[in-house]
Design a protein. Structure first.
Ligand code: ADP
Ligand code: ADP
Lengths: 140, 115, 140, 115
């Protein structure tokens, strides 16, 4: 896809694991379309899946009345993904550090850390109600 | 799509040859059940061969850690064999590389168990 | 998923081949979630991809200003998929029969036929502008 | 994801061992280029081994037909070998089963070319 091209996709999905898989697959497609290498596309897909899983599980608590939305935007050299839920919200500053010795053997708590490790930008925004997370990866 | 595995016994060690994806949902549940099953059958020396596991997410990492602590709490040992670069990198950035005993060679991995 | 459960997903996608792949993957996920066998899920995915490809290529003619929408609804024993575009529309009665001897060696024209072969219902509806195609498959 | 192939020569017949998906986009283009390439190199007896092709859509079917007519128009023959059940069913319902010469056995398939 040529530099400067902007494309957009938006998905409104129910709060299920199937929806997490759909977000992963969509992220993989758009990462490829944006020209990312297979390895980076795979990381982008994984991280988008982490954000979608959080929206489904922690945010909407798999409530069948609630939806998650995912958007994908290829703008110039970057892929921007947003994932939003209708849950109670979160304070990103309170998320425990999974690298701290006392957390190293926990069986969860590595999702947001992986997002930050693999993406160039990770931002949380409070919705009313819910959380929107924005993930940006730039081609270098 | 999700994870599959086969089981082998070599010199008192149970080797699980895993393939596919260890992820939220099916893959993680399969790993948990597999390890439980081995423990139930009385084997406490478990080697997870990850050669054909090309995709792990944070749930899958969590399941690996759970399997490790479950086996350890029962007085056993769980080690990892043949990491792909992708999985290796994931264990490195999450510092889980320091938690697991990770092996490159099957024969010496088997020899390393307390027995 | 229990009988009677209704779940809904809706996707708004740009007019690209990447979007066709996203629709295929989403159809596969929801077909599995609806309890269809792997073979039928694969056919459902293929046929949803045919409808999305038509929307992108014949409908929107890959115009970057136009979008396609796809919805997935699991209702009781059925999966209902709709695909809509913003194109010039079509008259389904004018689609040539790909089984007619004079069409057998054509390199295209089998998409709608395959939809009809694999689905329980295929309906076309005229939008203003565009086409909406509804595909229904029931579990038997 | 998309299609891959390797080429073999047996008794004057070029066998293309295809694997993956022949679908809109990459898969169809790869098949077209592969067949063009074989024709350019002067071989006109082409056997497509579809044993490892598990997914074809209407674009893929269209490419198979195009390949068939392109080869025929140049005085050659294109035949199909080892269909999976899925692809077999697709050729059946689209009546393309009657168009193609479809073989189950590689040796007799090779022997069947006019040479
Ligand atoms: N969308 C969200 N809504 C509410 N809370 C969230 C959301 N995403 C993450 N959290 C909170 O942040 C914590 C850390 O998330 P994460 O790093 O992904 O690890 P995990 O999901 O394995 O717990 C979660 O346990 C949860 O309390
Ligand atoms: N969404 C659409 N908008 C406009 N025309 C369409 C649409 N879908 C199908 N058509 C028309 O119907 C014809 C048959 O479609 P199809 O059976 O899928 O075969 P193919 O796409 O290979 O031509 C197309 O060639 C096109 O003229």
């Amino acid at each position: 896809m040529a530099e400067g091209t902007t494309s957009r996709a938006s998905l409104t999905l129910e709060s299920t694991i199937a929806s997490v898989n759909v977000v992963e697959e969509a992220a993989l497609e758009y990462a490829r379309a944006a020209g990312f290498s297979p390895d980076i596309a795979s990381h982008l897909s994984m991280v988008a899946g982490e954000a979608a899983a959080n929206a489904v599980i922690h945010g909407n608590k798999q409530d069948s009345a609630k939806r998650i939305t995912a958007t994908f935007e290829i703008a110039g050299p970057a892929l921007k993904i947003t994932i939003a839920d209708q849950g109670a919200g979160l304070d990103p500053d309170t998320i425990p550090d999974p690298l701290a010795p006392e957390n190293l053997l926990r069986s969860s708590g590595r999702g947001v850390f992986l997002m930050r490790a693999f993406m160039d930008e990770v931002n949380f925004r409070k919705l009313n109600p819910g959380t929107e997370i924005t993930l940006v990866k730039r081609r270098t | 799509m999700s994870m599959k595995y086969t089981t082998r016994q070599v010199d008192g060690v149970t080797i699980l040859d895993l393939s596919g994806r260890i992820t939220l949902g099916d893959g993680s549940v399969t790993l948990r059940d597999a390890v439980k099953d081995v423990l139930t059958k009385g084997s406490k020396s478990i080697l997870l061969n990850l050669e054909n596991v090309d995709y792990i997410d944070s749930s899958g990492l969590g399941e690996l850690v759970s399997a490790f602590t479950t086996v350890k709490n029962q007085g056993g040992e769980l080690k990892l064999l043949h990491l792909t670069t992708k999985v290796h990198d994931l264990l490195q950035i999450t510092k889980l590389y320091t938690v697991f005993d990770i092996k490159d060679d099957e024969a010496s991995a088997i020899g390393s168990f307390a027995a």
